[in-house]
Design a protein around this ligand. Structure first.
Ligand SMILES: [Zn+2]
Length: 389
């Protein structure tokens, strides 16, 4: 069994160890086992440490049967004593976030009598899955209580209680535990069985920030950022809020109201625009000669709804067929509406002459058509369509 130095002192970054074995795996990566190590292996929701062993890069660390396996890019000779160094920035980030997660989970589980059923420390965010629905309006107070643990600089203590003491204790655990149990206690805020690395004092966490909430498997998934990650997130939001504020000439704190106002204004303009568009359509159709039966309309900037509305209107007016096209990414989007014949017949002919895709019912077909505008006009004029001006 590898001696786990990270449990003796989570703040140590350098150590000396003897290489016991080094094997190349199928992917060309070297699996190195030492007599002791500071490298924390992935487990308990916490990712593995990064760093170097004898100058060789360690890219991943796993535990198997009590042995810690270092995944290295280069081999190290068995029997060699090497200096190992873990990436402290990475480790401390994980310590801040893992300890912060414990405190918040402890507070939530106590308050709602629920369990933390999932914990994942991603590259960007930490997620906690709770088997209860947490009202969103409760989150600010939960977050504040968690940060109070930081302001009080609550100590995090780690110990291995005897069986009987453990039996009497109330602690959180995701699984039924056997053998020696490692308990991490954060004052009165939390008591949890855990194999991760933690800060000594909650003050080192810096901040605990809930940045996301969603319903998840009947419970709640929270997204969390602590310490340096929390600050970086705040700085990014702050910057974005100021940029929006500058653009809207309001203070960053007031951008919510300002954006809502803009959206209401935008809806007003959109309604106005729809009205004008409709009038323009009517105007176009009224100008058609009285005996027009089939009409071809090219109109730019139409959305799918406008396209259908204009084709409907034109076909009803002529009591015949109306083909409306608008430029799109690949040629034209079109709607063909027919009051008499089956629109699909003409669509089939279109497909024979052009790169055309579409479908629909007897009274209307919609699709995309790729072709030269003059050729399209020629095709429809031959079928007795009049081009609307
Ligand atoms: Zn833990």
């Amino acid at each position: 069994m590898t001696e786990k130095l990270y449990y003796k002192n989570a703040y140590e970054t350098k150590f000396k160890g003897v290489v016991l074995s080094c094997e190349k795996n199928a992917e060309g990566c070297y699996h190195i086992i030492l007599d002791k190590t500071l490298f924390y292996p992935e487990g308990g929701g916490q990712p593995a440490d990064k760093g170097t062993l004898g100058g060789v890069c360690v890219v991943d660390v796993h535990e198997k049967n009590g042995e810690i396996i270092h995944y290295a890019e280069m081999p190290l000779e068995a029997g060699l004593e090497v200096v190992g160094e873990i990436n402290w920035e990475h480790r401390f980030d994980l310590m801040q976030n893992h300890s912060g997660e414990h405190i918040l989970s402890g507070i939530i589980c106590k308050k709602y009598g629920c369990d933390n059923v999932g914990f994942h420390m991603g590259k960007e965010k930490i997620t906690i899955d709770l088997n209860t629905q947490i009202p969103e309006e409760d989150l600010p107070l939960l977050e504040k209580t968690a940060n109070e643990a930081i302001w009080e600089n609550t100590p995090l203590t780690i110990f291995y209680p005897e069986k009987e003491e453990l039996h009497r204790m109330e602690y959180r655990s995701k699984i039924e535990l056997t053998g020696e149990v490692r308990i991490v206690k954060a004052g009165e805020y939390d008591c949890c069985a855990c194999c991760g690395t933690h800060v000594r004092l909650a003050g080192e966490i810096g901040m605990i920030k809930i940045v996301g909430v969603q319903n998840y498997k009947g419970g709640t998934r929270l997204e969390l950022l602590c310490g340096k990650r929390g600050l970086a997130y705040y700085q990014k939001l702050h910057q974005a809020a100021h940029e929006v504020g500058r653009a809207l000439s309001v203070q960053a704190e007031k951008i919510g109201n300002a954006v809502n106002k803009l959206l209401i204004e935008k809806e007003g303009y959109a309604q106005e625009l729809r009205k004008w568009k409709w009038e323009a359509f009517l105007n176009k159709i009224e100008k058609l000669p009285k005996d027009t039966e089939n009409v071809l309309i090219f109109e730019e900037g139409l959305g799918a709804k406008d396209l259908t509305a204009l084709a409907d209107l034109a076909a009803r007016q002529t009591k015949g067929r109306a083909m409306v096209l608008t430029s799109s990414e690949n040629g034209f989007a079109f709607v063909l509406v027919s009051c008499k014949k089956d629109a699909r017949e003409l669509a089939e002919e279109l497909k024979k002459s052009f790169d055309c895709k579409g479908g629909g019912k007897g009274e209307a077909v919609q699709g995309r058509l790729n072709g030269d505008k003059a050729e399209i006009m020629g095709f429809f004029q031959e079928k007795g369509f009049l081009l609307a001006k």
